[in-house]
Design a protein around this ligand. Structure first.
Ligand code: ZN
Length: 118
């Protein structure tokens, strides 16, 4: 469950459901942060809301989290969900080359090129 095959609308749904999850569910927050970062590489209009979400998620680790950081996670995830929902039922093209750790999975650019595999 790393969300690689999710469409933008499906990821928006997961982001919207964060408010119902545990504030201690860092595994989901980390995966969503990483995956939506990949989307922001391909769709720059997501940049600011994605950055806000990643910062909020990073502040949610046990050493720094509080009621306030959780409220920001919820707010940022709703904002990012709204932007992702506008992209609709599209999937992100990911690099399927083998890499040292498994599959590369970096976001392909508009020409279908990977920054690591040309
Ligand atoms: Zn690659």
């Amino acid at each position: 469950m790393a969300f690689e095959d999710y469409t933008a609308a499906e990821l928006a749904h997961v982001l919207e459901s964060i408010k119902y999850r545990s504030p201690e569910d860092m595994a989901t927050l980390s995966m969503l942060s990483e995956r939506t970062f990949g989307w922001a590489r391909r769709y720059p209009q997501l940049g600011m809301v994605q950055d806000r979400f990643s910062r909020a998620a990073a502040a949610q680790w046990p050493r720094s989290r509080s009621d306030q950081t959780w409220r920001e996670v919820v707010a940022a995830s709703q904002a990012l969900a709204a932007s992702m929902r506008r992209l609709g039922n599209i999937r992100l093209a990911l690099c399927k080359e083998r890499a040292g750790w498994g599959t590369c999975n970096l976001t392909l650019d508009e020409e279908g090129q990977c920054s690591q595999h040309q």
